[in-house]
Design a protein around this ligand. Structure first.
Ligand code: AMP
Length: 162
C-alpha cells in the first residue's frame, strides 16, 4: 500500500495530492481511503489467482473491513506474517535507507511517529490474526537471505496443507 500511495503521489493524482502531507509526516492515511484503495485493487483481474497484501491492514478498522471484504468474495487469508524486529534495529535500517532513497518519511521525526503508530494501532492486529490461527512470526533481525528462507518455508507449509 505504501508503494501504491507513493505512485499516486508522484503522479500527482487527486489521491496523491491529498495523502502527500500525511504520508510525508509519518501519519496514517484515513481508514476509509485505504479500504477503498484495497477494495478496488482486489477487484482487478490479476488478484483472482491470489494476492499478497503488504502494508495493509494497519488498524483494527482496516482489519475488520478486510474480513468483511474477503467474506463477500468468499476468500480467506492463507497466512499472515508478523516481521518481528526491535525498534532500535528498525531505526538503524531506516536511517541507512534514508541515505539510499531519501524518502521524506525516513526523517528521525517521521520514523518516531511511524514506530509509535505501529505499536499503538498495528501491533494489536497480531492478536486478531493469532486468534484466527493463521499468524506466523518471522525473526526479521537477521540477514535478507535468512528472512527470505523463513518466509519461503512457511509458504511451502501452507501450500502442502492446501
Ligand atoms: P510503507 O511504505 O508501508 O512504509 O508506508 C508508507 C506510508 O504510507 C505510511 O507511513 C502511511 O502514511 C501510508 N500507509 C501505507 N499503508 C497504509 C495503511 N494500510 N493505512 C494507513 N496508511 C498507510
Amino acid at each position: 500500500t505504501g508503494d501504491m500511495l507513493r505512485s499516486a503521489m508522484q503522479r500527482r493524482t487527486e489521491l496523491g495530492r491529498r495523502v502527500t502531507p500525511i504520508v510525508d509526516s509519518g501519519s496514517l492515511v484515513p481508514d476509509d481511503l485505504m479500504i477503498e484503495l484495497i477494495r478496488e485493487r482486489l477487484g482487478q483481474a490479476d488478484a483472482d489467482a491470489g494476492f499478497v497484501l503488504d502494508g495493509f491492514p494497519r488498524t483494527t478498522r482496516q482489519a475488520d473491513a478486510l474480513d468483511a471484504m474477503l467474506d463477500e468474495i468468499g476468500r480467506g487469508l492463507s497466512i499472515v506474517f508478523e516481521f518481528q524486529l526491535p525498534d532500535a534495529i528498525a531505526r538503524e535500517r531506516l536511517r541507512r535507507r534514508s541515505e539510499l532513497e531519501g524518502r521524506a518519511d525516513d526523517t528521525p521525526e517521521a520514523i518516531t511517529k511511524r514506530l509509535a503508530l505501529y505499536h499503538e494501532q498495528t501491533e494489536p492486529l497480531v492478536g486478531h490474526y493469532r486468534l484466527r490461527g493463521n499468524l506466523v512470526g518471522i525473526h526479521a533481525d537477521r540477514s535478507i537471505d535468512e528472512v527470505f528462507s523463513e518466509v519461503q518455508d512457511a509458504l511451502e507449509q501452507v501450500a502442502s496443507r492446501a
